[in-house]
Design a protein around this ligand. Structure first.
Ligand code: ADP
Ligand code: MG
Length: 779
């Protein structure tokens, strides 16, 4: 130990020398000066002394004031300067992988180092850190995983949890776990960073921890609401039908469920009324209902285009940041703008996009200055709201909505709907326009709608199914799930917790007494939804690992089958070429992936993707997931080292189908044949619809009585995304837990299905099978 101490001491001295020589070099001095102009610098000393004196410190400050890039760096620098550099170990969490990566890169640059030296990052599937890394930026998920194997965070000296105001599930969860850890690690320092001023709530949660506010410098931003915009741009919102309504096109038209015309007119009238008389009180009763369904999406692309035109023609220079709800909409609008005489002119306008899964080269463009006399327009998701700062933005266009998942505990269904943002978000979006000079923000909704926004967004913990979270609570040995979650800042509904616990019991991850089973322990090691983890393990056990691995990796990534708005039919045909009449989106995915691998070997991967409407980026992600998952399984001893052994049954399609069924159960719907059409029913919800891009959506008959699906999502109706046809015997044999006790329970459940759906003649066959099964189980 003394020897170790000596080594670290020596390394600390070296770190100090390196740091000093950089800080005294001409570039270092330049960098230091620009860092000193950030508002965070003013609070450097008070921050360092607060951290020295308190176990928990809370810091708030406007986005861009230097929290993420500066504060962890101050701690690092001061430790190095005091000769303790090699003894400190700072972790800073980010809600999104892209911010962890860009920030780590930025901080390395500021220190005149390469990424992976003193400063590194780690996100799922990727990382850049070395043995001399003492400041690590990682996603909150990564820190949670680390806590699984290292409950006390041994060796870590400081933890920064960033963007806590977003109230993401991982951050909220981390805060409960860390709060629990603090008494055991008296020397650990916890620093919470938040963009908006709800610091008090966090301070109370941590027993009155001190808060420091970094006063920002932002220029004033003028807020224009819809009524002002219409006046300023001369755009006319005369009739709802004239307006192209992208939200409507996406959510309703494609599903052939057009909003009734009458309702449209009502909404149009209402919007006009509201615009004429923006006294919200008068309208509150009627408006609250109808406005909930009047989305800015309904006003749509044309209004955004008009606003952009107005800015480019009439306003001074400066970049424009447009907040939209999702990647689909962003790419749609980008394509529409391409055809525009002014906005599509690359000599005058540079249109860029900013979303969670963009490539690194694309990210860099966003920060760069455009060529002279070219205006930069960035179409972004609400990612640009807080975690990424584009400095030269002078104009913000805010659609007022963000796509967020909510969770309907009663129906146990996640819903994905663009919904109104909060006042805090709107303010945050507006603030993005005042970084370099006074700016303007175009809110595409009336002022009275803004007045009706909630103050803050609901925490994610209250908006999502809790399956993975509950499993993690158990594997972190945090005691009773209910008790643990009741210690969170805003505890979730008991019903949501109960649903999750019951689900985990059903897949045998927990036993009757809510204790973690062996299966549960393995599932908690896999960074996927527990049911997909189970599918993987089943694939390994039943020796059809490879295709199952692709299915699970595919379901963990986004859909690789692209669906460009203007080429939907072609894309659909391309996808169905992969389906070869096997009535399975999952099998189509396996074929597409394998084809891509073959093409890659021949050097024609790019062309292959282009021809088949596949996203090569997503296929690449699936490829990495496959590697990671099989590594974990092999490491856990669940996978034979010999690839051919674990794939000896991979060619057996029925088996693969059955394993898919075992993983996705109880996501199951019956196929009801009607004259010339099909309908689908789940046990609880009744009717569900298939996504238009599903291979199964094209058939008039399906020779399987059931479809299993990974996900049902409530949009306006309930939709199922990817599905696979399965037979009765697959469902009976694989559709539940394989353990004795649960099998009986599962069969009881199936009795319900039988009465509910099945053809009476099949019932007999079922009973016979069940008897056989029972004898097998008894043995
Ligand atoms: P906060 O976390 O408070 O929002 P940051 O620490 O992320 O602020 O950013 C501080 C400043 O550093 C911002 O003004 C931002 O423009 C600048 N900055 C951050 N990342 C980069 C980057 N990759 N390249 C250039 N400047 C950056
Ligand atoms: Mg930040």
């Amino acid at each position: 130990d003394i020897l170790m101490e000596k080594i670290l001491q020596r390394r600390s001295w070296r770190m100090r020398n390196l740091q000093r020589s950089w800080q005294e070099s001409p570039e270092g001095i330049k960098m230091l000066n620009s860092r000193r102009s950030l508002p965070a610098y003013m609070e450097k000393e008070s921050l360092l002394s607060a951290i020295a004196r308190n176990q928990v410190t809370i810091i708030s400050g406007e986005t861009g004031c230097g929290k993420t890039t500066q504060l962890p760096q101050y701690v690092l620098e001061s430790e190095i300067e005091s000769g303790r550099g090699a003894f400190c170990n700072i972790i800073c969490t980010q809600p999104r992988r892209i911010s962890a990566m860009t920030v780590a890169e930025r901080v390395s640059t500021e220190r005149g180092e390469n990424l992976g030296e003193t400063v590194g990052y780690k996100v799922r599937l990727e990382g850049m850190k070395g043995k001399n890394t003492h400041l690590l930026f990682c996603t909150s998920g990564i820190l949670l995983r680390r806590l699984l194997v290292d409950r006390n965070l041994n060796g870590v000296t400081h933890v920064f949890v960033d963007e806590i105001h977003e109230r993401g599930m991982n951050e909220d969860f981390l805060l409960i776990v860390l709060k629990d850890l603090l008494p055991r690690r008296r020397d650990l320092r916890l620093i919470l960073m938040s963009a908006t001023l709800n610091a008090e709530m966090f301070s109370n949660y941590f027993g009155g921890a001190p808060t420091i506010h970094i006063p920002g410098f932002t220029y004033p931003v003028r807020a224009l609401f819809l009524e002002d915009i219409l006046e300023k741009t001369g755009y006319k919102l005369t009739s709802f039908n004239q307006v192209d309504d992208y939200g409507q096109d996406k959510l309703w038209k494609t599903q052939r469920q057009l909003l009734p015309r009458k309702r449209k007119n009502q909404i149009t009238t209402l919007v006009e009324d509201v615009l004429k008389n923006s006294n919200y009180e008068t309208y509150s009763a009627r408006a609250r209902d109808s406005l909930a369904s009047w989305t800015p999406d309904c006003i749509g692309f044309n209004l955004i285009e008009a606003v952009l035109c107005h800015i480019c023609r009439k306003e001074g220079p400066g970049a424009v940041l447009v907040f939209m709800t999702g990647w689909d909409d962003i790419s749609c609008l980008r394509d529409q703008l391409k055809a525009h005489p002014l906005l599509g002119d690359p000599n005058r306008i540079l249109v860029l996009t900013c979303h969670g899964s963009m490539a690194t080269s694309e990210q860099k463009l966003i920060f760069q200055k455009p060529p002279p006399n070219v205006r930069k327009i960035v179409l972004a998701t609400n990612m640009a709201e807080a975690s990424i700062t584009i400095n030269d933005v002078v104009f913000v266009v805010d659609c007022g909505k963000a796509k967020e998942t909510t969770y309907d505990a009663l129906n146990n269904t996640p819903c994905l709907l663009p919904s109104w943002i909060s006042k805090a978000s709107a303010r945050q979006r507006r603030g993005r326009a005042g970084r370099v000079q006074p700016g303007e923000c175009y809110h595409l909704y009336p002022k009275c709608v803004y007045d009706a926004f909630a103050d803050y967004q609901l925490p994610e913990l209250l908006r999502t199914p809790l399956n993975s979270l509950c499993l993690q609570i158990k594997s972190l040995q945090l005691g009773s799930i209910t008790q643990f979650l009741s210690a969170s800042m805003q505890p979730p509904e008991p019903l949501a917790v109960q649903n999750a616990v019951e689900f985990l019991k059903m897949i045998s991850a927990l036993d009757e007494n809510e204790n973690l089973t062996n299966l549960g322990r393995y599932l908690s090691m896999l960074p996927v939804d527990p049911k997909l983890g189970k599918m993987l393990i089943m694939g390994a056990v039943f020796r059809c690992f490879d295709p199952v691995l692709t299915v699970v990796s595919g379901l963990s990534a986004r859909d690789p089958f692209l669906l460009p708005q203007d080429k939907k039919d072609l894309a659909g045909t391309a996808k169905s070429r992969f389906s070869a009449k096997d009535y399975s989106d999952h099998m189509a995915l396996v074929r597409a992936y394998e084809g891509w691998k073959d093409a890659d070997r021949e050097g024609s991967a790019y062309e292959y993707c282009w021809r088949n409407f596949l996203s090569s980026q997503t296929l690449q992600a699936i490829h990495s997931f496959r590697k990671q998952f099989s590594f974990i399984l092999r490491d856990a001893g669940l996978l034979e080292t010999d690839a051919s052994t674990c794939n000896s049954l991979s060619h057996n399609q029925s088996l693969v189908r059955a394993i898919i069924c075992s993983g996705l159960f109880p996501g199951i719907s019956s196929v009801v044949h009607r004259e010339k059409s099909l309908s689908f029913k789940t046990m609880d919800d009744g009717q569900v619809l298939l996504y238009a891009n599903s291979v199964n959506a094209k058939y008039q008959t399906i020779p399987y009585p059931w479809l299993v699906f990974g996900e049902k999502v409530k949009v306006n109706a309930v939709f199922i995304r990817d599905s696979t046809g399965v037979s009765d015997s697959m469902l009976i044999l694989f559709g539940g837990a394989l353990k004795k006790g649960e099998m009986a329970g599962h069969l009881k459940m199936l009795d319900g299905y039988i009465d509910f759906f099945m053809d009476p003649s099949l019932a007999e066959c079922y009973w016979k099978l069940k008897e056989e099964l029972n004898t097998i189980i008894q043995k």
